[in-house]
Design a protein around this ligand. Structure first.
Ligand SMILES: [Fe+2]
Ligand SMILES: [Fe+2]
Length: 542
């Protein structure tokens, strides 16, 4: 009997050991991010005293240098991105709901090189004026709709950040904010350089951005969509180095608490620089990389798409430098491929196709005449929007507000030439049977206020961008002024104050309000409605 009891006890012991080992293997397999870095052994995860929040705040609280969240491929996913100290090589996100542990997910990390003397890092022509740091990205999946979560992040799975919160949208109606050109500098913009007023009062650029983000957060939006130029010039040099810019710009950009609670979808602008942009944001459905020279590197890789309830967003890269029509054709082809892939991936599941990117030929200040935009238009940018069925385009770059007529392209006037159709008599209602409405947003921080119709580019191709007649900007019958704005111009304003847009999406109707940050006054209002038969609406699945 004694021997028998020992044998039984030993068997039980080994059985418990096997269960423990299998449990440990299961937990480890759950948190690995397949195909990425192999995670370090985890801090104790089981048993999980889910009701005791303090258990998960063990270790010294981790403070990332920057932290933001971005939309996932669908609303059941969410991207996290942060910068940590030098040498950190892991990334973890823990999720909680109603104070109970939900999951832990590992991700990717990498090295952001430091500036050492005069050597370059990242993009070939860019000095990285900061100490060595690390980037960290985690994508959490399996989120429920209409649910509030808490999360914390860690570089080592031992020391965790203080918890922050985010909420997924419920299926159906939702609202998003549109911003452009927060373009963080180190501090105050240089009035001697631009001859322009400070963002708000005597505040800094960061102050203007923080106030805009406070207003947006208070409006309860589920998403923030960007028209680009998140920062001014990280590691800048030459004529752009007026603020001796460095990583501090990104610290200002991610500083508002709303950046950690509302998914922010960035578009790469000409100021963002492509490697720094790619390191800072954890983007879904990223396009193919195109290596054709300076600043075209990562041109595709900084394009992406995501489905948000009944709206499919495709983010294109017009931040790159394009020195020829051939280079622009390569880029427009990449845009077309991404749009085609995005639509195929979500066929029948969206009512709205919304593009956001940086430069637009339909904005109303000097930048709309940039030669680069001439290359893009000649390469087919205008036709692409209509042929792909894009409903709304959101851009920045001109640091002023503009709303176009409904723009369509027509073969009769030659390639790239646009037609326009009117809205309702009061200009506040659009029935969108075909064509695209283009929005250009003012700076969300108040950095730089470019005047309307400002002659800056003496570009002989300029009118080609607007009405198809070759001429010279600022001269003769094609003069660019209030009586002869760009062909698609409808509403245009330069209020010399920061602003943003609120888009309320309800089925096949989107109501847009554009607001000034400082006093909440309305810059523009319009309601866009699509005919019921124009597409098939399928409820978002989770
Ligand atoms: Fe800008
Ligand atoms: Fe720009």
């Amino acid at each position: 009997m004694l021997i028998s009891r020992k044998t039984k006890s030993t068997s039980t012991f080994f059985l418990l050991m096997i269960v423990a080992i299998l449990t440990a293997l299961f937990i480890t397999s759950c948190v690995e991010d397949k195909g990425l870095h192999t995670p370090t052994p985890l801090a104790p995860l089981a048993p999980l005293p889910a009701a005791d929040a303090a258990v998960f705040d063990e270790g010294t609280a981790f403070e990332p240098k920057t932290l933001g969240i971005v939309p996932g491929a669908t609303n059941s996913e969410l991207g996290f991105n942060w910068y940590g100290g030098a040498g950190a090589t892991r990334a973890w996100v823990r999720l909680f709901r109603n104070n109970a542990f939900v999951s832990v997910t590992s991700g990717r990390s990498g090295r952001v090189p430091a500036k050492t003397g005069g050597t370059m890092c990242g993009d070939p022509l860019v000095n990285c004026d900061h100490p060595e740091m690390s980037w960290h990205k985690v994508t959490v999946t399996g989120l429920a709709s209409g649910t509030s979560y808490e999360y914390s992040i860690s570089n080592d799975s031992i020391n965790w950040s203080h918890r922050k919160t985010f909420s997924t949208p419920s299926a159906g109606a939702f609202s998003f904010a549109a911003v452009a050109d927060p373009q963080m500098t180190r501090g105050q913009q240089n009035p001697a350089y631009y001859g322009m007023p400070a963002p708000i009062g005597n505040g800094t650029v960061a102050d203007g951005w923080r106030l805009t983000m406070e207003k947006i957060t208070a409006r309860g939006v589920s998403l923030i969509v960007s028209g680009g130029d998140q920062v001014d010039w990280v590691g800048g040099s030459g004529s752009f180095s007026m603020t001796n810019a460095d990583e501090v710009e990104y610290e200002h950009f991610f500083a508002p608490p709303g950046m950690q609670s509302i998914p922010f979808a960035p578009a790469v602008g000409n100021h963002d620089l492509h490697n720094q942009f790619a390191w800072h944001f954890n983007l879904p459905n990223v396009g193919s990389r195109i290596d054709t020279g300076f600043n075209v590197m990562r041109a595709g890789a900084n394009s992406y798409y995501y489905l948000f309830n009944n709206a499919l967003f495709v983010v294109l890269n017009t931040g790159i430098h394009l020195s020829s029509i051939d280079a622009a054709r390569t880029q427009v082809t990449a845009m077309s491929t991404l749009l085609t892939n995005a639509k195929a991936a979500h066929s029948g599941r969206y009512d709205w196709l919304i593009v956001h990117h940086h430069r637009s030929p339909h904005s109303q200040s000097a930048h709309s005449a940039e030669p680069l935009l001439g290359h893009l238009v000649k390469a087919g940018l205008n036709e692409l929007m209509e042929s792909q069925g894009v409903d709304i385009v959101i851009t920045g770059h001109d640091h002023s507000y503009s709303r176009s007529h409904v723009v369509t392209t027509a073969d009769v006037n030659g390639p790239g030439v646009i037609n326009r159709t009117a809205t309702s008599a009061d200009n506040k209602n659009i029935s969108l049977n075909r064509g695209t409405v283009f929005f250009g947003f003012p700076s969300a921080s108040g950095v730089k206020y470019y005047p309307l119709y400002h002659r800056h580019y003496d570009n002989a191709d300029y009118p080609y961008l607007s009405n198809g007649h070759i001429g010279n900007m600022g001269t003769g019958s094609n003069a660019f002024n209030a009586n002869n704005p760009t062909w698609a111009a409808n509403v245009r304003r330069q209020d010399n104050t920061p602003g943003y847009g609120i888009f309320e999406v309800n089925g096949k109707t989107i109501s847009v309000r554009v607001l000034q940050t400082s006093n909440d006054s309305v810059v523009d209002e319009v309601t866009i409605t699509k005919p019921t038969s124009s597409s098939v609406r399928v409820p978002e699945r989770f």
